[in-house]
Design a protein around this ligand. Sequence first.
Ligand code: HEC
Length: 178
Amino acid sequence: MTHFSFKSMVSTLCQKSAVGLASAVWLVLAGGTALLSTDVLAEGNRVTFPDLDKLIHYTTVRRGNAVEHMLTTREAIDAAKKGQPFPNGTHFVLVDHRDGKLSRYFVMQKGAGWGQDYDARRRTGDWQFQWFLTDQKSINPSENTARCQSCHEPRKDDEFLYTFSELRSFDPAATPSK
Ligand code: HEC
C-alpha cells in the first residue's frame, strides 16, 4: 500500500505545483517512485509490458508509412462480444511499425481503481497508458501520457478504444491480414 499513498502524494504535489516547480518535484520524486515499484516507471504509472505471445492480433490499421497491429487478450475479445466490461488487468497493445521496422509499442491497461491515480478531468475510466520503446522495457521518458488520455477520452462509450467495433466483429478463428 506504500506504493498507493506515495503515488497519490506525487500526483497531488504535481497538480498543485506551478509548472516549473512541478517538474523539479517530479525529478526528485521519480527516483523514489522507481525504488518503491517493480514496474518500469518514467511518468509514474502502473502499466506493465504484457507477454505478447499471450495476446491476439485482432486488427491492423495502415496509414502512410505506418502499420499498426492491435493486440489484446482472449478474455477481452470474449467480453467485447458479450457486451461485458473488460476484466481488470486487460492489456491493449498497438505495435507500431514505420517503413517496415518495429518502432514502438503503445500500451493501455486497465486495473481496479487505477482511475483514482488521476484527477477527474484527466481520468479515462480505470485505464492507464504508456509508450514503450522497442526493448519492451524502457518508456519514452519525454511522453506525458495525459496526451494519450485526452485523445482517447472522447471514445469513452467504446471503452476508450478507437478499434472497439473491429474488436467486436473480429473472428478469432480467422487470422487478420498482417
Ligand atoms: C491524437 C490522438 C491520439 C493520441 C495522442 C494517442 N492515441 Fe492511441 N489511438 C488513436 C487512434 C485514432 C487509434 C486507432 C488506430 C489509428 O487510427 O491509428 C489509437 C489506437 C490506440 C491503441 C489500440 C486500441 C484502440 O484504442 O484502438 C492503443 C493501445 C493506443 N492507441 C494507445 C495509445 C497510447 C499509449 C498513447 C500515448 C503514448 C496514445 N494512444 C496516444 C489516437 C490517439
